[in-house]
Each structure stands twice: as C-alpha cells, then as structure tokens.
Design a protein around this ligand. Structure first.
Ligand SMILES: *[C@@H]1O[C@H](CO)[C@@H](O)[C@H](O)[C@H]1NC(C)=O
Ligand SMILES: *[C@@H]1O[C@H](CO)[C@@H](O)[C@H](O)[C@H]1NC(C)=O
Ligand SMILES: *[C@@H]1O[C@H](CO)[C@@H](O)[C@H](O)[C@H]1NC(C)=O
Ligand SMILES: *[C@@H]1O[C@H](CO)[C@@H](O)[C@H](O)[C@H]1NC(C)=O
Length: 815
C-alpha cells in the first residue's frame, strides 16, 4: 500500500466531488481559517495522483480509454467513419483504427515514422529530436470509397500517402500504401502548428504553413486536376500569422457553382486596426470553382474574403471584454443545409483576465457581412474605413456562375475586379453573434475551453442543442441552453462535468457519433470514449431525474433512463424547460422519492477540537441552493445554521472553524430547487478532544499496525482506519506544518514497518540515520558497501515521491 498526497489547487472542481468509490477516498481539509489550499489524499495499491471527480468517471465502466503507446503521443487528428464503424486517429509516428463500439476492444495500428535520414536532417537543422523530429499525422481525409488521404509532418519534411481502409467494415482492411507524396501545402512542417483540411471531389483544401520556418501561411488547394492554387504570399492584409481551426463547404444556392468554402481561423490584427498586438477571430470565404486570375493573381484565389468574428461581453467600466482567441468551431446542421449554425469556442489573449466563451453565429449574418462594405485605407498611416467608392462588377467574392453574373470562370474576371480583390481581402463590418452576446461565459476558473461538439436532442418539450465542451484540463462540460421566455433569452444549464484522462491533458480532438451515442476525445496522452448520456447518475428518484433537466433522460416510472421521443409511453416524466418536479412527479406518491430519502447519504465525520472541518455537500443538480440544519444527538429539534464567524457557508459545503466539543451532533444538508426540498446529506460530526487525539497518535506510534482503533467502527476497512489516523495527524499535529513533513512522517512509518520484516532494510535505516548525523565514516562505508545499491534505490524512490509533492506545490495557484 502506498500513499499519495497532492495539493489540488489545480483541481478546484474537486470540491464538488460527492461520489468516490472505495477504496479511494478524497477529503477536503481546510487547515487554517482561510479557504485557500486543500489537500486530497488517496489510498491505492499503486501510487498515482488521482483527481477527485476523475475517480468517478475513470472507475465507472462507462468510460473507455486507450492509454496510448509508449512510443507515441499527440492523438490529435480524428476521422470518424460511422458507416464503417471506425475512428481513425493520427498521432506521432502512428495511425490507429478504433472500433466505435469500444475503442479498447480491438484496434489496429500502423507505425508511420519518419526515416532516419529525415530525422537526422531535422536534428541538424536545430530541431528537438525527441519532440519535433517525428512524423506527426495532421491530415486524415476520405479520398474515395476505399482510401483515406493522410499527411504528416515527416520530421519537418511533410509527406502524404493513401490509407486503404477497405470498402466495407467487414473487410477490416487497414494498410498504408507504400507510395509517398510531397506534403508541402498540406501538412505543416512544425508539429505545433495546425492544419484545417478538407478533401472534396479529389481536391484537398488546406489552411496551413508551407515552409520550414513556419512563416508562409496560406490556404491551398492541391491534388486533383487543376493547377495548385493558394492565397497571395507575404501579404499581411490577406493572412497575418494565422492559425487555422476549421474548414467547411457550405452551399449558397441550389446551383453547385455557388458553393463556397468557409475557413475559421485566428490571426494577428492588421496594424492600425488595433493598438498593440491583438488577435482577431476570423471567418474566411472562397469559391469552390475559383481557378485564379488570368493576368494577376495567377494561381491565387480571386474570391478570398475575410471578416472578423466578435464574441464579447460588456464590462462594468463600459469597455467590452473580447474573447478573440478562436479555439474551435462546430457547425450544427439545421433543416436548411445552406444555413448551419456556427458554434465557436473562444478564450482571451489578455494576461490579466482569463476566461472562455461560446458564441453562436448564423450564416445569414456571415453572408450579410461579406455583402457589406470592404475595409479600406489609403496608406499604412491611415485609419481603416468602409470603402465608399465604386465597387467593380462582378462584386469581388462572388462565384462565377449563372446565378449572379455572366462569368464562367475567375480567369475571365475583368482586371479591375482582380486588382480590387487583391487589395481588399477584409470586410469592414464584423460578424456579431446571435443575440449579440456569448451563450456561455466562463471566468474565474483554472481551465480554458479548447473544443466543442454539439448534439441536437429531441425532448418531450422540444429540440435542444446539447454542447460538449472540452477543456485544457482534460475535462468535458456538458451544457444545454434552455430558452427562458423566448429564444432570445437562453439559460445555460451545466449538466455534467467529467474528467476523462488520468492526468490533466488538454482535449485536442473531439468527435460525436449520433449513431453510437458516444463521444470520442483525443489528447496528448491517449484517446477516450464516453457515452453522451449517463441517466443513471442523476439518482434514483423521479424528482432528481426531472431536476437534472438532461434532454437525453427521463423518468420511466422505475428509473432515470434514456428518453426516446418515438416511444409512446405516457409514463415518461421529463421537463427540460422548467425542471419542475412538482408537476412531473407529485402524483407518484412515494414519500421516499419526493423527499429524496432513497439517495440520502449518511456518514460520520471526525473533527479535532480547535481545528477546522469541512462538511462537503453539493447536490447532484448544479442549480440547487443549500442550507444546513443542526440537530443535537440528544433531542430531535433541528435548527438552521446561520452563517457566522465560525460557520461559513460555501457553495461546496459548510466550513466549521475552531471546533468545539459542543459542535458534535447531526448536520443536515438541505438542497432547495424550484421550491422542492431534499435532504442530500446527513453527517454525524464527532469532535475529538486534543488530549484524546494525542493519546491515539501516541499509541499509534507504539504499534504501527495495531488493528484496534478507538474511533473506527466495525464497517471500516484497515485502509480507512489508517486514513483517519493520517488525516487527523495532518490537521492537528502542531509539529507538522507542511505536506512534506507530513509525507516524511508517513514514509518514516512505512520504513519502520518494513524494518520489522526485513533485516536488510533495518541496516539501511541505520546507515541512513548515521549518515544524517555525521559525515560518513570509513566503518559505515564498509558496512554499507553491500547495501549500497539497495540503499540508493530506496533513496531514489523517496526522492521521487518528494519530487511529486514539490511539483504539485509549485503548480500555479488560482484561488
Ligand atoms: C471495452 O472493452 C474492454 C476490453 O475488451 C472491456 O474491458 C470493457 O469492459 C469494454 N467496455 C465497454 C463499455 O463495453
Ligand atoms: C511503437 O511500439 C509498438 C509496440 O508497442 C510497435 O509495434 C511500433 O512499431 C513502434 N513504433 C515505432 C514508430 O517504432
Ligand atoms: C482510391 O484511390 C486509391 C489511390 O489513388 C486507388 O489506389 C484506389 O484504386 C481507389 N479506389 C477506388 C475504389 O476508386
Ligand atoms: C482551544 O482554544 C481555546 C481558545 O483559543 C483555548 O483556550 C483552549 O485551551 C484550546 N484547547 C486546547 C485543547 O488546545
């Protein structure tokens, strides 16, 4: 058995933990009067740091993870193939094919490393051999019925090839063609950079960087029968150090000649547009049938236009807070395929203010901006103004088609049009989000949003968009927007927050399969799969299920389960819009259900006189308010606990400072939501006086493995007993001021325990003590010589543990 101690300042979420499966235990300890740092302890057979709610998800059988290969990483490029039931993943030096049903059940892998010559060249060019000089797969695009086009960085020498995946899933073909093509303009050189790519009609559209230095960014069209085409080179008006995040084909009319490619990216603001260095989020457009100009802009896009995407909230000082660092985009289809809703995730570039937001844009608004005034300025020292002069015909940005102009190809465009297009790639007006503000804003949290996917869910009272938002801390937020009165007044409801990787690793790829009802997630360390809904976690009562307001779930009479709109079952109880259990569940007159008795947690907590204790209580519903009641052990009278100096109400529970013997008794945590009250937690607090504690700790020292323990009930396992002992010694032992000291003591005890077993270890201990006291004497040397290796090993292990504690302590503090 081993002990892990870590400071979880990085995991404020941990306060919310309510479900911890044994044998893991997590507790929040407030050591001083200030609610600043907390410690989590976990006991396990193997020592590793486990965050709290991570435990819940990882240990549950709902989450399936592929923990990565030791010689790979960067599982960032996903291709979902629902028809063949496969998820193809591009990573460092490998391509994987996972079964969508269960990614860990059977998967195939193809090693695709860079050749040793390329690796050497990359190293000689001054790149980091282990981190950069590998083949990082960046492009996976369906090419034809049987093949996928695949590109990688090839150790700073991009390469592409074809991946044979077979025609049907039964074929179970997964093979890389030996033929390799030049990947320039398709994959970046630098693994840190991204490519947004899309293959349509045998042509690859890619926003990427096309040189070793990572300076020549462009939007390319390669492959296929046409000459390759790109954006104007070295013109910051076109692209200014962009990072491409998404690319989509969206039809403009029923005529395919009007089809447009939309790119989503962020880039540096053009100088003069903004004081100082600023980032702008952008949407860019191109015509699919653009073949470049005839005299100028030869083999360059003639229909490229870009506009700024605004996502901001008004500040109290009158200055808007802008979320400009576009991170990801998801297109949600609507009834009209020409008008998908654009969901975009943003963070801020501000150093002072950390936050994330989700904004929604309509294609109508985006198109309107591209039809509005062009941004214009007369010279570098002039302001950007809307272009007021005569716009040449056909209007730049219009696709050559029978719908709008008489032009068959961009090569026939008048020179005047091409010249105008060349000098006016940006629109003057920005695109504002639907309702002019974000639908979600998250600030004052120690993580940022990275990815988004959205699912449309049909519930009893309408259609809802459920968002799954990935964060840089390796968590997923499941959020639904519910109209409060009208569609202009949305309320976001956080349904679940889940940790999906064993270590906090940013979510960098996300795919949602409606067919499988599963979500697939990529990070640096592996791939995870989780169900879109886990209705059973909302509890075992109709009211809880209803209050959860998860459009996927409904109360079916016996349990909270998946809601299917087709099934004509009158017993289904669901109320997403209002989440009102009184109308939905009151006729189910089981007292237990309504009062929540069936889910009441009942536990005993030990506190130490004059120290603090924290009674954690967060209801399953994220929106309930709580209050606390106290009941002494001797009578039935309950009284509400008012917030005062010693009793502090927090969102996560009740903090009691300077415990008094009289504080012993029963504490009831009551949750209230929509006038519906439920007791969620019943804690029996026992305050132990200091003398008794000293006595216990002392006795503990005497017999390290003594089974009998005064405050251990018969239900406790030996692990738990030990746990209380360590917990208590940390909270109240005056000589233990830091976690280090605490760990030191625990390890010392461990060593002591080992000593009883092993003579060898005993000698090592002796050696250690003597070493600490004096400089090493020759005699000790002789004694120790045979043990040297083992001693070193032990010391290394100890150092390793200390390092872990230190590392975590150094983690940025975000309270
Ligand atoms: C997925 O497959 C693994 C390995 O076969 C198995 O242990 C696990 O239980 C499966 N999980 C699910 C949710 O089917
Ligand atoms: C990585 O290791 C796996 C075995 O775990 C092996 O099959 C594969 O060939 C290795 N990949 C490379 C690029 O060496
Ligand atoms: C798909 O493309 C690959 C690579 O060009 C080719 O070898 C294969 O025959 C094609 N398959 C079909 C079904 O056209
Ligand atoms: C607890 O604190 C009170 C007030 O500070 C003090 O008088 C008392 O001696 C303390 N009790 C113990 C056991 O330390």
């Amino acid at each position: 058995m081993c002990l892990c101690v870590y400071l979880h300042r990085l995991h404020k979420r941990c306060y919310n933990t309510t479900v911890i499966a044994p044998p893991l235990e997590v507790v929040t300890v407030i050591r001083s009067s200030v609610f600043v740092s907390s410690l989590a302890f976990c006991w396990e057979t193997k020592c590793r740091s486990v965050a709290c709610n991570k435990v819940y998800m990882l240990e549950s059988n709902n989450l399936v993870t592929f923990e990565g290969l030791p010689n790979s990483s960067a599982y960032h490029t996903f291709l979902l193939d629902e028809e063949k039931g496969r998820l193809v993943v591009g990573a460092k030096d490998h391509i994987f094919s996972f079964n969508l049903l269960n990614i860990s059940k059977e998967f195939a892998q193809i090693p695709w490393p860079a050749s040793s010559t390329r690796r050497d060249e990359c190293k000689w060019a001054g790149k980091d051999l282990s981190r950069e000089c590998s083949n990082f797969v960046k492009v996976l695009q369906p090419f034809n019925q049987t093949h996928v086009y695949v590109c990688g960085t090839g150790a700073f020498h991009p390469v592409c090839s074809y991946l044979d995946v077979g025609k049907k899933s039964e074929d179970s073909v997964f093979r890389l063609e030996p033929h390799v093509e030049n990947g320039r303009g398709k994959s970046p050189y630098d693994p840190k950079l991204l490519t947004a790519s899309m293959l349509i009609d045998g042509e690859l559209y890619a926003g990427t960087s096309a040189d070793f230095m990572g300076r020549d960014f462009a939007i390319f069209r390669t492959l296929g029968k046409h000459h390759p085409i790109r954006t104007e080179q070295h013109d910051s008006r076109w692209l200014n150090d962009p990072r491409f995040l998404g690319i989509h084909l969206i039809s403009e009319s029923d005529n395919p000649e009007d089809d447009k490619i939309y790119l989503f990216f962020r880039e540096n603001a053009i100088d003069g547009e903004h004081t100082g260095k600023a980032t702008h989020a952008r949407v860019g457009q191109l015509c699919k049938n653009d073949l470049g100009g005839h005299r100028s802009l030869v083999n360059k896009w003639t229909t490229f236009l870009k506009a700024r995407l605004i996502c901001s909230v008004p500040g109290n000082n009158g200055i808007d807070t802008h979320f400009d660092e576009l991170q990801d985009v998801f297109l949600m289809s609507t009834k009209d395929p020409k008008s998908p809703v654009v969901y975009a995730v943003f963070t801020t570039s501000s150093n002072i203010f950390k936050g994330s937001a989700v904004c929604m844009y309509s294609m109508t608004d985006i198109r309107r901006v591209f039809l509005g005034p062009y941004a214009h300025r007369d010279g570098p020292s002039y302001q950007w103004v809307p272009f007021q002069g005569r716009v040449p015909y056909p209007r730049p940005g219009t696709c050559p088609s029978k719908t709008f102009g008489g032009f068959d190809t961009t090569k026939d465009l008048p020179d005047e049009v091409v010249q105008f297009a060349r000098s006016h790639p940006a629109m003057f007006n920005p695109v504002y989000p639907i309702n002019n503000r974000p639908i979600i804003v998250k600030t004052d949290v120690d993580y940022q949003f990275t990815q988004i996917v959205v699912d449309k869910v049909e519930a009893e009272d309408g259609l809802y968009d459920v968002m799954f938002i990935g964060t840089d801390a390796g968590t997923i937020l499941k959020v639904v927007s519910i109209p409060r009165g009208s569609w202009h007044d949305l309320e976001e409801v956080l349904l679940e927050e889940m940790t999906v990787f064993r270590e906090p690793a940013a979510i960098t790829a996300m795919e949602l399969s409606t067919k499988q009802q599963q979500l697939y997630l990529g990070s640096d360390i592996g791939v995870s799969q989780m169900p879109l809904h886990r209705c059973e976690v909302y509890g075992k009562a109709c009211a809880e299920c209803c209050l959860a307001r998860d459009p996927y779930c409904a109360w079916d009479g016996t349990e909270c389960s998946r809601y299917f709109p087709m099934a004509k079952r009158r017993t289904r109880r669901q109320d997403i819009r209002n989440g009102d259990p009184l109308t939905q569940c009151s006729d189910l007159q089981h007292h237990d259900e309504l009062s929540g008795q069936s889910t009441l947690q009942d536990k005993t907590v030990y506190g130490v006189e004059n120290s603090s204790t924290f009674l954690e209580c967060s209801p399953k519903s994220q929106r309930a308010t709580t209050y606390w009641q106290y009941q002494s052990t001797t009578d039935d009278h309950k009284q509400e606990i008012q917030s005062e100096e010693r009793f502090i109400h927090t969102e996560q529970g009740l903090l009691i400072r300077a415990l008094n013997k009289k504080d012993s008794g029963i504490y009831l945590c009551q949750a209230v939501e929509h006038g519906f009250m439920q007791t969620v937690l019943k804690v029996n607090l026992e305050v132990i006086d200091t003398e008794r504690l000293e006595d216990l700790l002392h006795r503990d020292e005497e017999a390290a493995s003594a089974p009998a323990h005064e405050f251990s009930s018969s239900r406790e396992t030996p692990n738990q007993r030990l746990w209380y002992r360590d917990f208590l010694s940390l909270v109240n032992h005056p000589t233990l001021n830091s976690v280090d000291e605490f760990c030191e003591q625990v390890w010392k005890r461990e060593r002591k325990h080992k000593r009883q077993k092993s003579h060898l270890v005993q000698k090592v201990q002796l050696h250690q003590q003597q070493q600490q006291k004096t400089a090493t004497s020759p005699r000790n040397h002789m004694h120790a010589q045979g043990l040297a290796a083992k001693w070193k090993h032990l010391q290394e292990r100890q150092k390793g543990r200390n390092r872990r504690t230190h590392e975590l302590e150094r983690a940025p503090r975000s309270v």
